[in-house]
Design a binder for this molecule. Sequence first.
Ligand code: UDX
Length: 486
Amino acid sequence: MSATPLMSATPFSTRIVCIGAGYVGGPTMAVIALKCPDICIHVYDLSVPRINAWNSASLPIYEPGLDEVIQQVRGRNLFFTTDDSVITQADIIFISVNTPTKMYGVGKGRAADLKYIESCSRRIGELVSHGHKIVVEKSTVPVRCSVAVRKILSANSKGTATFSILSNPEFLAEGTAVSDLMRPDRVLIGGDQDAKGLDSIRRLASIYERWVPADRIVTTNLWSSELTKLVANAMLAQRISSINSISAVCEATGADVDEVARGVGADTRIGPKFLKASVGFGGSCFQKDVLNLVYLCESLQLTEVAEYWHWVVRMNDYQRRRFCEKIIKTMFDTASGKTIAVFGFAFKKDTGDTRESSAIEVVASLLEEGANVHIHDPKVSFDQVKTDLEMRIDDPRVRQLIYTNVTMSPTAEEAANGAHAIAILTEWDLYKTLNYEAIYSTMSKPAFFFDGRSMVDPKVLRAIGFDTYCIGKATQHPAQFFYETS
Ligand code: UDX
């Protein structure tokens, strides 16, 4: 069966093409297809293996509930294809391609790299020769990116085609993508405020209105929408950096960061979410978007504003560094030749994604110290771990250790067997309920425990015999601590 039947042969009311079959494009289009059986959706991607995977029984991404949705809609009104000619017949074209941080030239390390946005805008311009198309920026983009998209489209379009540009950023989080899409806090649509722009906004809003309450559909001008997405991620990252900064204060004073977060989050103006101290945030968005905001502010000569937001990322780096230093210092200033069992490599639980995971930084630091690392993660493959470490480590001496000092264990118990220390880096639920008494008995003594997610009660671990450090909690008993330091 062809994955891409001729669109003109179908009786659909609207035709959508999404360029980019990634974490955002795939699930978003699957849910639109589910809720709108009268809309025909093609998800197009250059990558043949990726499209083949979307057309197979083993999807290229893991998301709870996604398999079920795909089974209902694939071949009905959702199709995955590498044939970009589908673009010509679409009424609405979503651009959902990567916008990684630029790693070269002007804006290196901060600005978003728009080369994929640019190349697909160029391709849309080349392919579409007539009619009116709504082009929707789904990728997170720098403010005023739509100006570039519009310019490229009109410069490359040879016929009579006209375009409306909308911004419709996606707020889904990995691991909860399907439920976030089914019940979004809000759908944001930005567009030009002239008649054509408002009409296009209405048209896109009418699709979401099939399952999202109208009061959750927020419409704005283009720039507000583009900026809102960056600010939403920056403020979420800022909350984590704020509580992580306080975790250092807690460790130094004997306060408990979880108790502080509970007390602070009980204020309805602040709220309880995103106040969990950790070894640092990861994921494909937070660092990239904050740096993107920093770059925007710098470009606008808003130096103080740029500095303010830059500290969100610096605090995250500090938190990771602090955790690694704690491990080394506690283990008598050297991890050389010692074995550390690393529990969790993904950037958060319930995903196999390792992008910007703090675990990459921690394992790289441990290798720099000459440690052996036994990793367990329920969803991450050894190949992925090696690729991440190869990308991260430049020093050839340390790179070599990726192949000699790192192993992947099928269970957490096996990773800890004979190890000198355990470090929890990802908050997988299973690490809460392991039999740590049994694990302790298999480890080298003294056995150390470094809880980077504040998951296991340090009192219980100490009673077992572990020398325990838990992020945001005093290492010693508070009374003893004050006595020693006053
Ligand atoms: C994030 C945003 O939540 C989402 O709206 C946006 O569209 C994409 O970026 P995601 O990267 O999937 O989503 O993960 P998220 O759940 O936000 O977690 C990001 C990182 O912060 C993870 O490493 C997580 O472990 C960490 N985190 C989160 C904490 O350390 N503490 C918290 O309290 C919450």
